[in-house]
Design a protein around this ligand. Sequence first.
Ligand SMILES: Nc1ncnc2c1ncn2[C@@H]1O[C@H](COP(=O)(O)OP(=O)(O)O)[C@@H](O)[C@H]1O
Ligand SMILES: [Mg+2]
Length: 252
Amino acid sequence: MKNTMIHTELLCKSFVSDGEVNNVIKNMTLDIKKGDFTVIMGSSGSGKSTLLYLLSGMDEVTSGKVELEGKNLTGLKEKQLADIRKEKMGFVFQAINLVPDLNIYENVASPTYKNGKSRSENANKITKLLETMELTQHEKKYPNQLSGGQKQRVAICRALVNDPEILFADEPTGALNSAQGKNVLDTFTSIHEAGQSIVMVTHDLKAALRGNRIIYLKDGRVDGDLRLEDYEENQKEEREKEVYRFLKERGW
Ligand SMILES: Nc1ncnc2c1ncn2[C@@H]1O[C@H](COP(=O)(O)OP(=O)(O)O)[C@@H](O)[C@H]1O
Ligand SMILES: [Mg+2]
């Protein structure tokens, strides 16, 4: 049995606009396991991004709770949450862009500021990540000199630089062409194989195939929960059929 990384209990999130209450996440009780590559799917507006923001403590719950490794995140002060996010979480979100005035190396280095590690330890980590993501020759360039896929890989390096317990990604292949997307997914597969816990929102079937669990959201509730074998390139077709059937049953 894998350990629980994130536990939610009767999690609710509502937004109020023009006096109308929109209940987006409804009484969700969920466990995210350590070492899993958890994929969150569901139609547009089903609450996927909202759930990711709640799981990562980036947004406040309306009611219920979110625990990270047994620690209740609900009710913590913003500073405490910011420290936990910095220490334990990595983010690849479309809304969090690279800093245009920093070069690639500096972008990846930015979360290491005051992370308690020595300068050389951080430098080694950054160098290694840039190497793994085949970005070493671009480290002095600025974001606007890179392709979409390269920028996404920089964002992944930056998300991983502090060795997060868990990596959150919202539609990481959404803005990429298929070669760039494959590159990013290969990276996710390899870090998952190395033990990284990942929670990824996607509506891309190819991306979903890389996970070992797919949670399907419908109207703010869990409508399906599929466990898969670990990803093997040579079993792609069978896996694709299984996932496709699961999604089709849910009107995807
Ligand atoms: N900050 C916000 N303020 C008001 N409504 C929001 C906010 N964020 C999301 N919503 C609403 O919550 C619902 C789910 O949004 P979202 O979680 O982004 O869906 P998904 O990522 O599955 O497409 C939508 O109806 C959206 O309009
Ligand atoms: Mg979304």
